[in-house]
Design a protein around this ligand. Sequence first.
Ligand code: TYD
Ligand code: MG
Length: 462
Amino acid sequence: MAKTKSAYFCQNCGYEAPKWMGQCPSCKQWNSFVEEVVEKSSSKVPEWRSTTTTTGNTKRANKAAIIHEIVYQDESRILTPDQEFNRVLGGGIVPGSLVLIGGEPGIGKSTLMLQLALSIPQVKTLYISGEESEQQIKMRAERLSQSSKANCYILTETSTQNIFKQIETVQPNVIVIDSIQTLHSAQIESAPGSVSQVRECTAELLRFAKETSTPVFIVGHITKDGSIAGPKVLEHMVDTVLQFEGDRHHVYRILRAVKNRFGSASELGIYEMQGSGLREVSNPSEIMISQRDEPVSGVSIAAMLEGMRPMMIEVQALVSNSAFGTAQRSSTGYDTKRLNMLLAVLEKRFGFRLSAQDVFLNIAGGLRVEDPAIDLAVIVAIISSQQDIPIKTSLTFAGEVGLSGEIRAVNRIEQRIQEAEKLGFDGIFISKFNTKGLDAKKYNIAIRPVAKLEDLFSALFG
Ligand code: TYD
Ligand code: MG
């Protein structure tokens, strides 16, 4: 028997070292090293490749080729009926691509992947689960009510060697692995979920995907503590990283491309979790704005951009006299530090007495907004609540607010204006610095440029 060999791995970034270290030299994390047994078995060639001639060690040496002689094969992407998913991938599934879907437990990764596997009857799919039994998966599929015509095979297996054997028999065109943390390869001794296992299994899947041109989707859990090797380790190995996120208490989920070798990395898709699975939300603005008969104070609508997509979203604020000595500030979906900054601007430059008042801010739909263009709507909602003056629901706002109360230009203003116009708004407040080269006559919506907050306040609150 071979001597047991072990190495130390950083649980944060996957850095490998021969001995224990207090701080990882790569990611500078402290106390992140754990020992893992990495004794390799005598054969280094994974089972599925033993029949092929190109082994890892005797790889055919590549020759340099001049670029115009390289034949570009038009990648025939597989289109799914899910338009959001296609868009996030950059226009469908690329053959031979390795895609990682990361997300917290319970967010809906398995649902999304099973739905994908069931929705493309034109190709054979293989859904491999190490977490659920065949019966459980079948139950879920029944719930998604798509299983009747699907060309989908289910395999519950965790050993990569057996998985590759099954793949050889089934010959699928698309493979889903749920999840990478449950897989183990016989090449490596350490436990499933450890850094070296996760890395080895991914490497095997990567070689398989590239050599057979089969797209492989890998589900990876993210945990808050570093006990399980997070998919961070894998991000540089895969072609595409998708992040599935959202608030578990809300129904909306966002699928975001974090890295994409075959498309834009700022795309995103929006889904709604229903009793019968995930439904695409193709027009997000309509849900993010609540329907009301009369305008109420403390509500404004921001023309914001999520990824590349313009979207109208409702911002709600509540300003009330503080019952305690220290005022509370709380925000959901918006950076609290940024809220404090805006409140300080309002207090210092415009004399609003907010320091003795509680301020609560909420972005509708459970979304987290990072687009700075939402600042203007946040300010309007706060002042509208404080003054108890409702804002007309036919108005929308897009602008970043600076420390002196100036309103700054934001990117892609034309897209925001078009979206607002399409949804029937009759006025949009934008920064004056955004009007350069903008043809206001082109639009059916009144464009109201403002340079400073004073201009905005006199236009809205008189
Ligand atoms: P799941 O896909 O198991 O999450 P993950 O794989 O990311 O851990 O989905 C978890 C939640 O989704 C679960 O709490 C139940 C809910 N759900 C629905 O609301 N509707 C459905 O049709 C399905 C299948 C799940
Ligand atoms: Mg799952």
